[in-house]
Design a protein around this ligand. Structure first.
Ligand SMILES: NC(=O)c1ccc[n+]([C@@H]2O[C@H](COP(=O)([O-])OP(=O)(O)OC[C@H]3O[C@@H](n4cnc5c(N)ncnc54)[C@H](OP(=O)(O)O)[C@@H]3O)[C@@H](O)[C@H]2O)c1
Length: 252
């Protein structure tokens, strides 16, 4: 049961960072994987890299915030797999600003990618998840969902909404044996955070707040996603697993 045994998995935002580590780990655990990204060249480069390592996964150019692109994902799943066992809503963006400085367009963009897309894509794929008879949705939230960590208000709002999306769908879809959980990472070394973590004073401030005195590797987050995807976690639904090196329990 510590495997994914040919389960069919979709990972949004699968070419970089946490999504990429998740695709790799799912393949190592013997899952079949479909991943998305907005960049055709990133997808073909990752597909080639995987082939060289002896794995086969399919990538689709799709912006999960766009309805037509979500329909494209649905069509692929319908045609190739029919059922779907795992969905990881990982694609996410941030724009860091003071609340007063966001344009309406920036605010909407963050909410559309981080929150609306997981809701709409989950609904679109509901029949395929139901057909699985044993499905798991994992939403990648953030420490920012639970407290202000200086990421900017729209990002925090979107991730907080994602936690409640997980709880509500977990209850509504439990009778279809679809589990829905969240993972909330604190700072993790990925392209999204690279430039921020390269600022020495920012890194120092993060480490001061983090008892384990380091940031996470993407593989430390994909390990939790994999656990929630597999049958070993079969009685866990509606929960949020926090991976923050002790940051949230530190008041020293
Ligand atoms: N890194 C952290 O410290 C951290 C902490 C807490 C939570 N998180 C969350 O973890 C998730 C992954 O973050 P990350 O740090 O791994 O980010 P990343 O390094 O920027 O990677 C994000 C991936 O998602 C894709 N993507 C972004 N927007 C997309 C969209 N609209 N449709 C499809 N694909 C899209 C990107 O590819 P393209 O750009 O090619 O589309 C890329 O493959 C995000 O939800 C983020 O909010 C990260």
């Amino acid at each position: 049961m510590w495997r994914l045994n040919n389960k069919k998995a979709l990972v949004t935002g699968g070419t970089k960072g946490i999504g990429r580590a998740t695709v790799m780990e799912f393949l190592e655990l013997e899952s079949e994987v479909l991943f998305t990204s907005r960049s055709e060249s990133d997808i073909s480069a990752f597909e080639t890299e995987l082939k060289d390592k002896g794995y086969s996964a399919h990538g689709i150019v799709a912006n999960s915030a766009k309805k037509d692109d979500r329909i494209k994902i649905k069509k692929w799943v319908e045609e190739k797999w029919g059922k779907l066992d795992i969905v990881v809503h990982n694609a996410g963006i941030n724009i860091r600003k003071k609340a007063i400085d966001y344009s309406e367009e920036e605010f909407r963009k963050i909410l559309e990618i981080n929150l609306t897309a997981p809701f709409e894509l989950s609904r679109l794929l509901y029949s395929n998840l139901k057909e699985s008879g044993n499905a798991s949705i994992i939403n990648v939230a953030s420490s920012a969902a639970m407290q202000d960590v200086g990421t900017g208000t729209p990002y925090a709002m979107s991730k907080s909404g994602l936690l409640q999306l997980s709880r509500s769908l977990a209850v509504e879809w439990a009778s279809d044996n679809i589990r829905v959980n969240s993972v909330s990472p604190w700072f993790t070394k990925t392209p999204l955070t690279e430039s921020y973590l390269n600022i020495a004073e920012k890194m120092k401030s993060i480490l001061n707040k983090t008892p384990l005195n380091r940031v996470a590797e993407p593989e430390e987050i994909s390990a939790i996603i994999s656990f929630l995807a597999m049958d070993k976690s079969s009685f866990i639904t509606g929960q949020n697993i926090i991976a923050d090196g002790g940051m949230s329990v530190n008041a020293t």
